[in-house]
Design a protein around this ligand. Structure first.
Ligand SMILES: [Zn+2]
Length: 183
């Protein structure tokens, strides 16, 4: 059975090397919707795959990108410097922040969050099935386990600056998933 939880964030980026000149040359933003799909062949004591309450770290992770600039770590040093100078909240990531890049990164991280989630009510075999990132109302990118073959980065390549992490209610989940060796 598959369940889905939807999250939102307001994010800014530049998508270098993309076909659209507006996207590759301008800082701009989108109202993102992120759909997280979980799958299990077992229902817990409450006849649920997993209570959405257990997705609090997924929520914290997604909200780390809210009202933040998502910076590709491949940007020129002078661009990086100016972004860090003018933004309190910067997420520096090892993929270009296209919808596809986000979907791949989100699956990579959320897979770790789900695999380390503390199960409390008889949940079993809960797996992250897919992550769907909507950048606009008409288009989305979806990532699933087979896409992990495209991953050429590790957890240590994902950097949230202090403007973001100081708002985390709890930092232990990030340290925990950084140690997971799924790859
Ligand atoms: Zn864009």
């Amino acid at each position: 059975m598959i369940i889905r939880k939807k999250f939102r964030f307001e994010g800014a980026h530049i998508v270098r090397n993309c076909t659209s000149q507006r996207c590759r040359e301008n800082i701009h933003g989108h109202s993102y919707e992120v759909e997280v799909f979980l799958k299990s062949d077992h229902l817990d004591n409450g006849f649920m795959v997993m209570d959405f309450v257990l997705l609090n770290h997924v929520a914290e992770f997604i909200h780390s990108f809210d009202h933040a600039f998502t910076l590709w770590d491949n940007e020129a040093p002078e661009v990086k410097d100016s972004i860090y100078r003018i933004n309190a909240r910067v997420a520096e990531i090892p993929v270009s922040p296209s919808a596809e890049g986000y979907a791949l990164l989100f699956f990579f991280v959320m897979d770790r969050i789900i695999s380390t989630a503390k199960l409390v009510n008889g949940e079993q075999n809960v797996k992250l099935h897919a992550v769907r990132v909507h950048e606009t109302q008409s288009g989305y990118a979806e990532s699933s386990a087979e896409d992990l073959a495209m991953v050429q980065f590790s957890m240590s390549d994902i950097l949230f600056n202090e403007g973001i992490t100081k708002e985390w209610k709890d930092k232990s989940w990030w340290n925990l998933i950084a140690k997971v060796n799924n790859q």
